[in-house]
Design a protein. Structure first.
Length: 137
C-alpha cells in the first residue's frame, strides 16, 4: 500500500492509493479515505498498451426522508478533484511500468468528460469518443 497526499479542489484530504503489486494483464487502482472507498480505476494491459476500462468516484450520500430529498447523509466524493488525482496516478503508474500509451472510451456525461480528458493530455475522437494518450514519443 502506498500513501499519497492528494490536494482536492475544496480542501486537502489524506487519501490512500492502492496499486496492484504486479501489472502484467489487469489491475485496479483504488482510493480510500479512513477505510471508506472513494473510487477506483480498472486497467487492462496488452504489452505496452493499457486500456482504461473505467474510473469510478463514489457518491455515498443518500436521502433518508422521502419528503426532504435535499437532506442527505453519507459522503459524496464527486466534484472534489479525486477523479483528476486518480487519472494523474494512473498515468504515473503506467509510466513506472513503461507503458507507451493509454487508450479507452469516454462514457457518461460527454459535455464534462471530453474537456476533462483533454485537460489531462488525452486526445478524444469525436466519432466514437475514444480517448488516447502517448506517454513516450
Amino acid at each position: 500500500m502506498v500513501n499519497f497526499l492528494i490536494i482536492s479542489v475544496k480542501k486537502m484530504e489524506e487519501i490512500t492509493t492502492v496499486y496492484p503489486e504486479v501489472f502484467e494483464t489487469v489491475g485496479r487502482i483504488q482510493l480510500s479515505q479512513k477505510g471508506r472507498p472513494v473510487g477506483y480505476a480498472n486497467l487492462i494491459r496488452e504489452g505496452r498498451v493499457v486500456t482504461l476500462c473505467d474510473i469510478k468516484i463514489y457518491n455515498h450520500s443518500r436521502s433518508i426522508f422521502r419528503f426532504f430529498p435535499w437532506f442527505k447523509i453519507g459522503k459524496n466524493y464527486r466534484g472534489l478533484g479525486h477523479g483528476s488525482a486518480l487519472l494523474v496516478k494512473i498515468i504515473e503508474f503506467c509510466k513506472k511500468y513503461e507503458v507507451e500509451e493509454i487508450k479507452g472510451r469516454a462514457m457518461g456525461d460527454l459535455v464534462f468528460l471530453v474537456p476533462w480528458y483533454k485537460k489531462h493530455g488525452f486526445t478524444v475522437d469525436k466519432n466514437n469518443n475514444a480517448i488516447h494518450i502517448k506517454l513516450y514519443s
